[in-house]
Design a protein around this ligand. Sequence first.
Ligand SMILES: Nc1ncnc2c1ncn2[C@@H]1O[C@H](COP(=O)(O)OP(=O)(O)OP(=O)(O)O)[C@@H](O)[C@H]1O
Ligand SMILES: [Mg+2]
Length: 319
Amino acid sequence: MAEARPTLIFKSKPMQEIDELINAMAPSDANALIVGESGVGKEVIANAIHARSRRAEKPMVKLNCAAFPQTMIEGELFGYVKGAFTGAMHDFPGMIAAADGGTLFLDEISDMPAELQTRFLRVLQEREYRPLGSTQTMKADFRAIASSNRPIPQAIAENRLRSDLYYRLNTFQIEVPPLRKRKQDIPVLIAAFVRQFAQQLGKPEPDIAPEAFQKLLDYSWPGNVRELQNAIEYAVVLARQGMIGVKELPTEIQLPAALQQAEIAGKPRSGVQSLDDVERTAIIQALAECHGNKKKAAELLGIQRPTLYNKMKRYAIQL
Ligand SMILES: Nc1ncnc2c1ncn2[C@@H]1O[C@H](COP(=O)(O)OP(=O)(O)OP(=O)(O)O)[C@@H](O)[C@H]1O
Ligand SMILES: [Mg+2]
């Protein structure tokens, strides 16, 4: 599958540093581990490492360990010969072979079954492997890049990532900060995505109204760059008369900042909450659901509007 490989777009200091690290380490054959929340751009970074390496003309092969049925990962990775197991109707070379001379990207490494992690570590050490059911040893020539959206100490503590494999992959660790911690990247990402989707839709590039732009800057982006990209696609589709206003943004981004926190706080938490917390959360959720309409929120909560105003004041809920 020939996918468009987007270039890394950034402006912030931490991303500049990552870009410099990629430049420094890409030409070597060193393994890399890329860590960060979902949607921060781990795959874009893996692509950049490959593209800036001496392996760039060879394939970059990606195995998503989370999306693949665990029982099939072994065969996908190592390949198999006809008859190696029920259903192996023909020889299959596998991804290590497909990545020959290039880069193997193991996405979500902590979702790889433990015993397979051990086998894979052996391939990294010995630089050879055997397809399932085969007696023939094959040379493994690939650079390994792995990703994890779980913090590494946690993945190791939960026995999801074998520490010996981790040390082997961790020659270079790239920690990608969430978008909310590098807001300087937001404007350049917006500009690139507006251009991209306007082109795709065959529309002229819309402008963004200042209030809408401010909303995009203020939002906390729990889904990181992927969420921003989706939001801009949505906005470009809805843009009218060449303009993206607040109304053309997805509703969660339109919400005032106080309500966005509520969306996060509203997720089930462990432990007992105080009644005040419960009440505060219920009010914020009602307001969020009613898009800030206090009359409707009061109805939803079964209280009078003045009572709602009092409680909002008491809990310092500002719209
Ligand atoms: N710095 C960036 N420049 C351009 N596009 C980016 C950047 N970061 C992320 N993107 C885009 O955002 C989307 C998500 O990025 P990517 O798939 O690399 O994230 P991820 O960290 O691998 O997420 P997940 O953990 O969910 O797999 C992609 O469409 C990607 O093209
Ligand atoms: Mg990814």
